[in-house]
Design a protein around this ligand. Structure first.
Ligand SMILES: Cc1cc2nc3c(=O)[nH]c(=O)nc-3n(C[C@H](O)[C@H](O)[C@H](O)COP(=O)(O)O)c2cc1C
Length: 213
């Protein structure tokens, strides 16, 4: 069967990841790993798989772009009425996974998503290219699509905003922050003896535990 060759194996050996490589918070260590990932892939290093669970318990994952990381969590932007937006309305617990193959690293996060304030979403929306802003008005993300209707909605909004300098943010579009509850850093190592460290939030502190691969 294609894409399932059992004879293809890789030995992971880029770098080690010991206790002295840990930083006080997972946000700080994630920042460091993101910077290192950006040095080998300037475009997709901030792509992350966001996993949500629907009201009836069905999990789903999709890629979104990380647009900021602060002590209060990871920020991303989307359509609040999309499938993921509806999942989060019903169940704000989410998973986030990064994979940087060039560095043989993975990060897994468990957290809680909350909407950014309208002002925070405005700031980011205003920084986007005009065509993406019009796209946010035109797209009814995750609804059944008719390409012609989508293009005519795009053109209609283009005309509607033609004389308007600052396009307002549609209410259905905005950001979330994912507050980290637990975060695991994985570094590939030879002989499948990968190194894993899990941070778990304990009130104001982080409990850090090594895990078997
Ligand atoms: C590289 C990449 C980056 C993406 N970034 C975003 C993003 O930042 N926000 C977003 O809403 N969708 C983004 N998407 C599209 C999502 O993967 C997804 O198709 C869309 O959000 C609809 O998901 P949903 O129907 O599960 O809500 C991206 C897709 C790819 C492949």
């Amino acid at each position: 069967m294609e894409h399932s060759r059992i004879d293809v194996r890789k030995d992971y050996q880029k770098q080690s990841f010991n206790r002295q490589d840990l930083l006080t918070t997972p946000e700080e260590l994630l920042q460091k790993w993101l910077t290192e990932a950006s040095e080998v892939d300037a475009y997709d290093y901030n792509a992350m798989c966001l996993s949500t669970v629907s009201q009836d318990g069905m999990p789903s994952g999709r890629i979104v772009l990380l647009r900021g990381i602060e002590q209060d969590g990871l920020r991303f932007y989307t359509n609040y009425s999309s499938s993921k937006g509806r999942d989060i309305d019903a169940n704000p617990k989410v998973g986030v996974t990064f994979f940087w193959k060039e560095l043989e690293r993975q990060v897994r996060i468990e957290g809680v998503a909350t909407r950014l304030t309208a002002q925070e979403s405005d700031v980011y929306f205003n920084s986007r290219p005009r065509s993406s802003q019009i796209g946010a008005w035109a797209s009814q993300q995750s609804q059944s699509n008719n390409q012609d209707d989508l293009l005519s909605r795009f053109e209609a909004f283009q005309s509607e905003f033609a004389g308007i300098k600052v396009i307002p943010r549609p209410e259905h579009w905005g950001g979330y922050r994912v507050m980290i509850s637990a975060c695991e850093f994985w570094q590939g190592r030879p002989n499948r003896l990968h190194q894993r460290w899990r941070y778990e939030r304990m009130n104001q502190d982080w409990q850090i535990t090594p895990l078997d691969p």
